[in-house]
Design a protein around this ligand. Structure first.
Ligand code: KIV
Length: 266
């Protein structure tokens, strides 16, 4: 089966709900791809999910290309979208085009995602003109955490109007889709019906054209803070911990390996 394409994602709007999940390596991407998830986001949440960092700010282009390529190698069906790391596209249009190009050339991504509104419209236009599909991201944009002052809901009250307008401008700038993170469901619903490109929600209610979650959260592998919008579909933290304790106990007692795990002498 061929990989989902950007035109197919756009066409899905109003026809069916889109599914996106993050993945950061081949092992997990294999399962996501097998389960017919439309899009795999190699998010810069890589920082917390796989690199032991406290926020997304220190992720580098090299980190993102390395992990995007690992995901791309096994993604036969899902569209692979690479997050552009903090300060890899904000400084200039040239910087954005050149780094986004690397995500496609070296990471084999099918598209990139960038966070923010007005200040990056020309950057998005530049990338799209260069033939690079771009997904936008509005609402809670974790790369702006220093400005936002914390991981809080965005777009309540009059602030919602600015996000609504920026969403329209992102579509005009050429984005093929838009992530809405941590915004009230009513605002997400208005944005979704005002756009002809699909919205993908995370903490943005049920009316978006699709949903995304961080895979570690969905699988219950995140032992730290879990945001309200996360639904845990499994408790892998419990399963992994139990398995590792059993392994340690069996090795210490000499129960593992037994004869069934040993080669014959001759
Ligand atoms: O980096 C990421 O995982 C993301 C999603 C939360 C949308 O940007």
């Amino acid at each position: 089966m061929a990989r989902t394409t950007v035109p197919q994602v756009i066409k899905a709007k109003g026809q069916r709900k889109l599914c996106m999940l993050t993945a950061y390596d081949s092992a997990m991407a294999f399962f996501v791809d097998q389960c017919e998830i439309d899009m795999i986001l190699v998010g810069d949440s890589l920082a917390m999910a796989a690199l032991g960092q406290v926020d997304t700010l220190s992720v580098t282009m090299e980190d993102m290309i390395h992990h995007t390529l690992a995901v791309s190698r096994v993604a036969n069906q899902s569209l692979v979208i690479a997050d552009m790391p903090f300060m890899s596209y904000q400084a200039s249009v040239e910087q954005a085009v050149s780094n986004a190009g690397r995500m496609l050339k070296e990471g084999r991504a099918g598209a990139v995602k960038v966070e923010g509104g007005e200040s990056i419209f020309p950057h998005i236009q530049g990338m799209v003109k260069a033939g690079i599909p771009v997904m936008g991201h509005l609402g809670l944009t974790p790369q702006s955490i220093a400005q936002l002052g914390g991981y809080k809901v965005q777009g309540r009250g009059s602030a919602g109007e600015k996000i609504l307008q920026e969403a329209g401008r992102l579509e005009q700038a050429g984005c093929f889709s838009l992530v809405l993170e941590a915004v009230p469901p009513g605002l997400a619903s208005r944005i979704t019906s005002s756009l002809s490109i699909p919205t993908i929600g995370i903490g943005a209610g049920p009316d978006c054209d699709g949903q995304v979650l961080v895979i570690n959260d969905l699988l219950g592998m995140n032992t730290k803070f879990t945001p309200r919008f996360v639904k845990k579909y499994a408790d892998l933290a419990g399963i992994i911990t139990e398995a590792l304790h059993r392994y340690r106990r069996e090795v210490q007692r000499g129960d593992f390996p037994d004869s069934s795990h040993c080669y014959k002498d001759d």
